[in-house]
Design a protein around this ligand. Structure first.
Ligand code: SAM
Length: 341
């Protein structure tokens, strides 16, 4: 029994008191354009303060915090981006996560401020925070700029996980990989690269397909990937023998998931596969850490949540799928496959 003589470990509380401060250091540095300003090489505090019109003393504290967090290093020539910042926090990097960092700072941060309200209401907080109502993706894509940032954020994440996800399942005998809600096509691109037998189709809302063209066009497998605009709840699904759902099911409440899975089941030929890429919760739902926190993010932002394998299996088997199999990857996303018999 802890007492004042043998106190309990305060580390989790002390760490969490700093958690939001550390996130805000990265958000502020990205918003101020520090990582882009250092993309050409190290700079002194004075030079950076002058070129970005910032207060030099305050800037030095922010730069020091970035160095402490592993985003910058201090060299003889001044502060420099670390390889992590160069890869993920600069606009010119093909692997950038900057879109999601900016979106988290500008949009999600304010929603998370209302976590207690969300736990009281059991629902997302768009109306309370932004005064808006309507379909989830019209909220997420409130402006063209928000939509571009969000989609680029998905892309950055996707580039980390999709090569691993595409390798996790044997698609050597499949023909057409239809990525529903495929956004920028990173999963279809990774699948076509890994499996030369595959053709890909990226299906998403019209405004997202426009952005997908810009990112799929320059890839080495662009010639094998078609792009189609539509609504997966209402429009005819492009024909295929594998339907991928990458981070789609976690957006929706059960009734809509059942509707979508039922449509996919009807569209698949016998022997066809549904390929669900999500971070799967442990059975007791206390891990993995990313999925547990993402489930709260989904509460604040969407109609959905993260689920355990048992919950996905129930949904898939409920609409007629069989052979539900979980392929844990160690990457930010796992894969669950199921077959139409
Ligand atoms: C969370 S994002 C995931 C994107 C992508 N699969 C990935 O993993 O990066 C959800 C995607 O579903 C798309 N989407 C939402 N509602 C849709 C609908 N009714 N029909 C087609 N696509 C939709 C969004 O535009 C967005 O690209």
């Amino acid at each position: 029994m802890p007492s004042d003589l043998t106190p309990a470990d305060p580390t989790p509380v002390l760490t969490l008191l700093n958690g939001f401060r550390a996130s805000q250091v990265m958000f502020a540095a990205a918003e101020l354009g520090l990582f882009d300003a250092l993309a050409g090489g190290p700079k002194s505090v004075a030079d950076l303060a002058k070129s970005l019109t910032l207060n030099a003393d305050a800037l030095e504290r922010l730069l020091s915090a970035c160095a402490m967090l592993g985003l910058l290093s201090l060299t003889d020539a001044g502060f420099a981006n670390t390889p992590t910042a160069t890869a993920y926090l600069t606009t010119a990097s093909p692997n950038r996560l900057l879109g999601y960092v900016n979106y988290s700072n500008a949009v999600l941060w304010k929603l998370w401020d209302h976590l207690p309200d969300a736990v009281r209401d059991g629902g997302h907080q768009w109306k309370r925070v932004y005064g808006t109502d309507g379909p989830i993706f019209s909220q997420l894509f409130r402006t063209d700029a928000d939509r571009r940032e969000f989609v680029l954020g998905m892309h950055g994440y996707g580039l980390i996980s999709s090569p691993v996800v595409a390798n996790a399942v044997d698609l050597g005998h499949s023909r057409t990989f239809v990525d529903l809600g495929g956004a920028t096509g990173h999963l279809a691109v990774a699948a076509c690269r890994r499996w030369p037998n595959l053709a890909g189709v990226v299906f998403d809302l019209p405004e997202v397909i426009e952005q997908a063209r810009e990112l799929i066009g320059p890839t080495d497998v662009a010639g094998r990937i078609a792009m189609k605009a539509g609504d997966f709840f209402a429009d005819e699904l492009p024909p295929g023998d594998v339907y991928a759902l990458g981070r789609i099911l976690h957006d929706w409440a059960e009734a809509k998931i059942v509707k979508l899975l039922t449509r996919i089941h009807a569209a698949l030929p016998s022997g066809g596969m549904v390929f669900v890429a999500e971070k799967v919760l442990h059975d007791d739902k206390t891990g993995p850490d990313w999925a547990v926190l993402q489930s709260l993010n989904m509460l604040l932002v969407t109609e959905g949540k993260e689920r355990s394998l048992g919950e996905y299996a129930k949904l898939l088997e409920g609409v007629g799928f069989r052979d539900v199999t979980c392929h844990r990857t160690g990457a930010p996303l796992d894969v669950i496959t199921a077959v139409k018999v």
